[in-house]
Design a protein around this ligand. Structure first.
Ligand code: YH5
Length: 277
């Protein structure tokens, strides 16, 4: 094999599993400089793997409502050293949470195994990039853009519109040379949606499942849980775990979560019920 071809690592995930969230945004670590931030990322990764995370999702750009944009260079400087450091000590599958094609390529070259894109490969040459990289990709639905998406979300039929959007993105990806077997889909809980929209999407998850691709869900600590329970972000673990059990019962494949141990337990108990006679 010529040396400029990076072989794609093969990895398999359990049918239903936890994707542990690793944020490497400056507000997610203390002011100790790069060494400390990498050490902190490694420690968090080790802990999530120990607790049963099947894959680690690394993100260098905050996509929370209102967060500001980050340049390509800044995002690269945040995520690449962390991916390299994890790869030096572990084989754990790594997902890169980005919408920028440059970051997708560099992350995969550094050892990332899949792309998680909240913009569903709509930015620049992201779709061609993923087709060339030949790695799995998660396509997420979002209405609007992170800075403004929660201002006034509107749908006539949220479930039908999200499903149609995902269907169209899947078709476009396949037409661009991405293998359908490499695609995961995500209704985008909290991305340009009111609590009512988010709950409707979960209630009717079977509609999204009918696209016959693995479904990834990011529900962890999100504001819909805060809205239901009237609780701040650090008090939303039980609510997140309850939603996890429901989503797993409905057939979701990957739960993206901050609280890995609790989420793994929820998956195990939901599966025990599903497999009972
Ligand atoms: C997702 O759903 N979400 S980043 C607001 C919160 C809590 C958490 C306090 N990346 C997703 O985690 N990728 C993010 O309120 C994602 N699906 C996929 N595929 C936002 C996040 C969060 C935002």
């Amino acid at each position: 094999m010529p040396s400029f071809i990076t072989p794609v690592r093969k990895f398999t995930l359990p049918d239903q599993c936890v994707m542990g969230i690793l944020n490497v945004t400056p507000d997610s670590f203390s002011d100790g400089g790069q060494f400390q931030s990498i050490e902190s990322a490694l420690q968090q990764t080790r802990q999530m793997v120990e607790q049963g995370a099947a894959i680690i999702d690394i993100g260098g750009e905050s996509t929370r409502p209102g967060a500001k944009a980050v340049s390509v260079n800044e995002e690269l400087e945040r995520v690449i050293p962390v991916i390299e450091a994890i790869r030096r000590e572990s084989d754990v599958p790594i997902s890169i949470d980005t919408s920028k094609p440059e970051v997708m390529s560099a992350a995969v070259a550094a050892g990332a195994d899949m792309v998680n894109d909240v913009c569903a490969l709509s930015q620049g040459h992201a779709m061609e990039t993923v087709a060339k990289l030949n790695v799995p990709v998660c396509l997420m639905h979002m209405q609007g853009e992170p800075r403004t998406m929660q201002a006034s979300p509107h749908y006539d039929n949220v479930v039908a519109e999200v499903k149609t959007f995902l269907q169209q993105r899947i078709e476009k990806c396949v037409a661009s040379g991405i293998d359908r077997a490499q695609i995961l889909i995500d209704p985008g809980f909290g991305f340009g949606k009111t609590p009512a929209h988010n709950l409707s999407l979960l209630k009717h998850l079977d509609e999204i499942m009918s696209l016959k691709l693995p479904v990834l869900l990011g529900i962890s600590r999100k504001s819909t849980i805060g809205y239901i329970l009237d609780k701040d972000v650090d008090e939303r673990v039980y609510g997140s775990v309850a939603l996890t059990a429901l989503a797993i019962q409905k057939g979701a494949s990957i739960i993206r979560a901050h609280d890995v141990a609790a989420t793994v337990d929820a998956i195990k108990v939901a599966q025990a019920v599903s497999t009972a006679s």
